[in-house]
Design a protein around this ligand. Structure first.
Ligand code: PDD
Length: 277
């Protein structure tokens, strides 16, 4: 596989990272994950725009203009002759320098990106997934797609150990999002989800869900719901670049409705598949 390192294309095994690297030592950086279908990026501009917003929020200078980076990422697909379904992972850190909390002077950010195959998870998309609820113990700037993912990793691990797909995060009972996806509750024909404040990542698929809902005349309400609302939910689903729109059929011991993916969820999934083609 060929990867992108700064503005150079290299073989995957030839990328060497110094141990004094701010991403490694401080988690001082940002990232993006972009879905690829048949060798084409999905929601590309949305992800690139969010990357630059995250960079600005942490005062990080990405070493390229948006247009140049976009061109390099498109070339990455060509160089790998990728025509399958997959994903791109891209990260930018504040660079390599002797360890000091203060930003280093005159140091260029480190950027790398790679793509790999990722088939659609048809089993989860068709049958839905089980989740657990966990207290959201993250910081106040979750809208930044930062490399600091320890709380997310611990939540996802807990879910995995309990045989579940995701962890639903809540602050004092108010559901924010999941460890690596956004979450929604459907009640009386309306979709509810946490508003796009600093407490959640503003998902690119979330933006797409909002648009699909509008096209389908389904009210999309940016109002948070609580753990107490879950037992009477008609449907629940989650969204992310890797999970697409996945039905949620259980949270802890609570089975959502009849334990099967809901009607509105399925309509949104259909709209997604049409859009991603
Ligand atoms: N995660 N919320 C969190 C905390 C996330 O990490 C993600 C994405 C999302 C959904 O964002 P989007 O729709 O733009 O993919 C919401 C990626 C997939 C990851 O960390 O692997």
């Amino acid at each position: 596989p060929i990867i992108l390192s700064q503005s150079t294309f290299k073989h995957k095994d030839s990328l060497k990272y110094p141990f004094e690297e701010r991403g490694l030592q401080f988690g001082d950086g940002i990232y993006e994950v972009i879905r690829i279908y048949h060798g084409n990026y999905y929601l590309f501009q949305e992800h690139v725009d969010r990357l630059y917003r995250s960079a600005e929020a942490i005062k990080l200078n990405i070493p390229f203009e948006k247009e140049e980076l976009s061109r390099l990422l498109l070339e990455l697909i060509k160089r790998n002759k990728m025509t399958s379904d997959g994903k791109l992972y891209l990260q930018v850190t504040r660079g390599s320098a002797p360890r000091d909390h203060v930003f280093p002077k005159g140091v260029t950010a480190n950027l790398y990106a790679y793509i790999e195959d990722l088939p659609r998870n048809l089993e989860a998309l068709e049958n839905g997934v089980k989740t657990i609820s966990i207290r959201d113990s993250r910081w106040e700037n979750c809208y930044i797609k930062s490399l600091n993912l320890l709380p997310n990793v611990l939540a996802k691990q807990e879910a995995s150990e309990q045989g579940c797909y995701e962890a639903v995060l809540h602050k004092d009972g108010v559901v924010t999002e999941c460890s690596s996806s956004n979450i929604y509750l459907v009640k009386d024909g309306k979709i509810y989800t946490h508003p796009a404040t600093k407490n959640i990542l503003h998902g690119c698929v979330r933006m797409a869900v909002e648009k699909f809902a509008k096209d389908l005349n389904i009210p999309f309400i940016e109002e948070s719901f609580t753990l107490d609302d879950i037992p009477s939910a008609d449907e629940m689903f989650l969204s992310s670049s890797t999970s697409e729109i996945t039905p949620v059929i259980q949270v802890d011991d609570i089975v959502i409705a009849d334990g099967k993916p809901g009607e509105i969820t399925e309509k949104l999934q259909e709209a997604y598949v049409k859009d991603a083609k």
